[in-house]
Ligand binder design. Structure first.
Ligand SMILES: [Zn+2]
Length: 159
């Protein structure tokens, strides 16, 4: 049995029906896909408190923006960007891999693969983008944080 088959087999009801569609704390979190980073455990709160948008790196990508547009339409007005130390996405040579995959498959990758080499620089880019994009009605409460996977501490870098 594969890992994903095991996970589906052990799936259980969360017994948390009746939660509001609009998050109670009016917040959305952008975080990395890294299995060591678990925003619901790091931030606490209750199910239904905030939206979590995840991608490789916890980056402010076009799709993260699309998700935030949906999130804000459903009542969120604050954003936490949560990047983390030892991020595999930072070590991933995205542009090199893009070229290799395109050459091998003949397919053209049309989305931004988004290389980044410095955590804090990338965090500042993402927060600045969120604070200035005309696509979001609520952009004055955007915070940038870094979670340290070794110490398990969350630090606010941009408040
Ligand atoms: Zn990561």
């Amino acid at each position: 049995m594969t890992g994903s088959e095991e996970l589906i087999r052990q799936a259980r009801s969360t017994a948390e029906g009746g939660l509001p569609k609009s998050p109670r704390r009016n917040a959305a979190v952008i975080a990395c896909i890294d299995a060591r980073v678990r925003p619901e455990l790091i931030l606490g709160g209750e199910p239904g408190d905030y939206h979590v948008i995840r991608n490789g790196g916890g980056l402010v990508t076009d799709d993260a923006l699309r998700s935030l547009m949906v999130s804000q339409h459903h009542g969120t007005n604050q954003i936490i960007v949560m990047m983390h130390t030892d991020c595999a996405a930072m070590a991933y040579p995205a542009t090199v891999e893009k070229a290799r995959i395109e050459a091998e498959t003949g397919e053209r990758i049309t989305f931004d693969v988004h290389d980044f080499t410095d955590l804090e620089t990338e965090l500042r880019r993402g927060v600045e983008l969120l604070r200035t994009t005309p696509l979001l009605p609520n952009r004055d409460r955007v915070r940038g944080t870094i979670f340290d996977v070794d110490t398990q501490r969350l630090t606010t870098v941009i408040d």
